[in-house]
Structure formats: structure tokens, C-alpha cells
Design a protein around this ligand. Structure first.
Ligand SMILES: [Zn+2]
Length: 182
């Protein structure tokens, strides 16, 4: 429940949670350890975004179990259309490490399926593993829309695990928009 298991044969592809998609492999991917813990950190970032009046999306970049960067959506505050949580987390991590690519093994936890812009960046940054929570059929670019990682032009494809703490990640967004409706 709430966890998308990815088998070795699915490298670079994403899987939906097995509860909703019985066809998903039963064996968890070995790297799956600690998925919910990482997503809880990303959720805390998303909550901070909501408190600041931003669309609640949060991201955490980790390497070897250590947090390299954490960020949340800041489009409103910065008046910057590219200030998405994923982009800010990747930029922070690269600046901190002083390198243009993320090191092998870097994992990004993000509460919402990345948009096409962020998916393109994650490929450019050579992210090893993307773990996301809620699906975004309207604006997502990983498992919906352009499916950026599936393109032959996408030379680096992060492994994708989707649907981790999906309900909590989606509820934050639903509540945020419900509260703004007149
Ligand atoms: Zn984005």
C-alpha cells in the first residue's frame, strides 16, 4: 500500500503501487529501504510550502542515507516559474558538492510526480533514483504527458519508484486547493 515496487527488469521504468496495479512485481527493489522515511522529510517540506502560500510540493535529495538538500516550491515568493522543489533541491546539491552532475546513488524524494521541466533536469543531472508520492495526470511528465525518461533522447534515465505515501502527498495538494476555492 502506498509503495511502488520496482523489479530489476524495470530499471528506468516506473511502477504503480501493487494494491492498485496487481501486475506490479511482488519483490521489492533492494534500494527501496527507507523510502517512507525519505518521503516524510519531503512531506515536511511540502507542508512548509503550504504554510507559505505556495503549492505544497516538497523535495529531498539524499546520498548514502544522508540529506544533501531539501527544498519546497517557491514560485510565488520568488516570482520565478522554474522555482519548483525538485529544481531547487538539485541546484542546492550540485552547489554544495561543487559539481555539475549528481553522484551515482543520489536519490530524490518528491511529493508529486515531476513536471516535464523537472524530469528533463533530473535526467541532465544524472539522478540515480526518483521516488515520488502523488501522481499528476494533468501536469506530470514522468508517467503522464511527455513521459520524458522514456524518450530515446533521454540519455540518462533515473530509476523511478512512484506512489510512496501517495495518499498523504495528494491530500496536502487537495486540501490546499480546497481551502483556496471561493
Ligand atoms: Zn517541476
Amino acid at each position: 500500500m502506498g509503495r511502488g515496487n520496482v523489479g530489476p527488469e524495470s530499471m528506468g521504468q516506473s511502477m504503480r503501487p501493487d494494491s492498485d496495479h496487481p501486475g506490479a512485481p511482488a519483490q521489492p527493489w533492494p534500494l527501496a529501504a527507507g523510502l517512507e522515511a525519505g518521503m516524510r522529510l519531503a512531506l515536511a517540506e511540502a507542508e512548509a510550502a503550504a504554510a507559505a502560500g505556495e503549492v505544497p510540493v516538497g523535495a529531498v535529495l539524499s546520498l548514502d542515507g544522508q540529506v544533501l538538500a531539501r527544498a519546497h516550491n517557491r514560485v510565488e515568493r520568488d516570482q520565478r516559474p522554474s522555482a519548483h522543489a525538485e529544481l531547487l533541491a538539485v541546484e542546492q546539491a550540485c552547489q554544495r558538492l561543487g559539481q555539475k552532475w549528481l553522484p551515482p546513488g543520489a536519490r530524490l524524494f518528491v511529493t508529486l510526480e515531476p513536471c516535464p521541466m523537472c524530469a528533463g533536469l533530473l535526467s541532465q543531472a544524472r539522478l540515480s533514483q526518483l521516488i515520488y508520492g502523488a501522481y499528476d495526470p494533468k501536469s506530470g511528465g514522468v508517467d503522464h504527458g511527455p513521459r520524458v525518461f522514456d524518450h530515446p533522447q533521454s540519455h540518462f534515465r533515473p530509476q523511478v519508484i512512484s506512489g510512496v505515501l501517495e495518499k498523504e502527498c495528494a491530500a496536502l495538494l487537495t486540501d490546499f486547493f480546497a481551502a483556496r476555492r471561493p
